[in-house]
Design a protein. Structure first.
Length: 345
């Protein structure tokens, strides 16, 4: 029998909250090396999209992505499921169908048993099975902290590809999952998360974003991305800057896990929140600065942020309702004439 273990005690960060900040990432990605040019690479490192896309020349594209992180929950099986769900989400966020996955495992072999690592992998396998793909292999290393994730390959009809930089002014915005994962994870690590709140964040994080496949069929969905470590504001900002637009966000319409606000009042604020705000806060207008604790809260396996033209808003809302996802319009995109990119009301 495997002894109970708290994986979060072995990591300095939690889930996508340990992502490098947008500001630091910009510095890291700077390069003087001339990139190999190919017309087949439709989406690459020149944009901040969810995955790379390569044109196969037959109307389809291969989507390639990878995502991994440190434990955000204590249970190893649940950690494996969350990490796998999060990685596969990048394929769905671009309107693609996942084909296969490769595991990425870092494990402190002298601190935590191999049997616990096996449970993490099993969680990943279960999610891959639910997504209809094989976990086809992987790579592991001895690492000071436990980490797990996937490299995922998918396919998409290029006519249905959804990018994060192709939005249009006046598109309405939707978010399919509630915010607050980072605050709840911090409360858990601090030992103050109430028993009745234990499953709120994990249940949300383990929900596959496979609705992206159906959204890809709707022409009026002009842009799409998943909300992860940079928070809602960070990923909305990427959409705005990539599309050269601004946005008006209605704070009261944004879905939030209600207990998250209480834990934020108890100072359960992830380090990633402050790093996010430091990276892009100068581009955001808030009526109340405390709103940043929710809007910049780093999400792990968060929902899809969807930009839709008016003609297809009702169709998208109906699809979200049928799939028991959040269906309120949370704001809209607008022409950008300088100044703040995102105005929060």
């Amino acid at each position: 029998m495997i002894e109970p273990i708290k994986l979060t005690q072995y990591s300095h960060g939690a889930g996508c909250g340990c992502k490098i900040s947008p500001k630091e990432l910009t510095t890291i990605l700077k390069s003087n090396v001339t990139q190999l040019q190919t017309e087949r690479l439709i989406v690459g490192n020149d944009s901040r999209d969810d995955a790379a896309v390569y044109d196969l020349g037959d109307g389809n594209g291969i989507i390639s992505t990878t995502d991994f992180f440190l434990p955000i929950v204590d249970d190893p099986f649940t950690f494996g499921k969350i990490a796998a769900t999060n990685a596969i989400s990048d394929i769905y966020a671009m309107g693609g169908k996942p084909l296969m996955a490769i595991a990425i495992l870092g494990w402190p072999v002298n601190k935590i048993s191999a049997e616990v690592a096996n449970l993490v992998i099993e969680g990943g396998r279960e999610v891959c099975k639910a997504a209809g793909i094989p976990l086809a292999g992987g790579h592991s290393i001895d690492n000071p902290e436990p980490l797990f994730g996937l490299a995922v390959t998918g396919i998409v009809s290029l006519s249905k590809l959804k990018r994060n930089d192709t939005a249009l002014a006046q598109c309405k915005l939707f978010l399919t999952k509630p915010l607050g994962v980072g605050a709840l994870a911090t409360a858990q690590k601090s030992g103050i998360l109430k028993p009745e709140h234990q499953n709120l964040a994990p249940d949300s994080m383990m929900l596959l974003n496979n609705i992206g496949l159906q959204l890809a069929e709707i022409e009026g969905v002009k842009a799409m991305t998943d909300v992860t470590g940079f928070g809602l504001l960070g990923h909305l900002l990427e959409m705005c800057e990539g599309s050269n637009l601004g946005a008006i966000l209605e704070y009261d319409k944004v879905p939030v896990m209600e207990p998250a606000l209480d834990y934020i009042m108890q100072d359960c604020i992830p380090g990633g929140t402050n790093r996010n705000w430091d990276s892009y806060g100068d581009k955001i207008s808030l009526p109340d600065v405390s709103m940043r604790f929710i809007l910049a809260d780093p999400q792990t396996s968060g929902g899809l942020l969807i930009a839709v033209v008016d003609e297809d808003v009702a169709k998208v809302q109906q699809l979200l309702i049928e799939n028991e996802l959040f269906s309120d319009i949370i704001g809209h995109l607008s022409d950008y004439n300088g100044g703040k990119r995102i105005l929060v009301k």
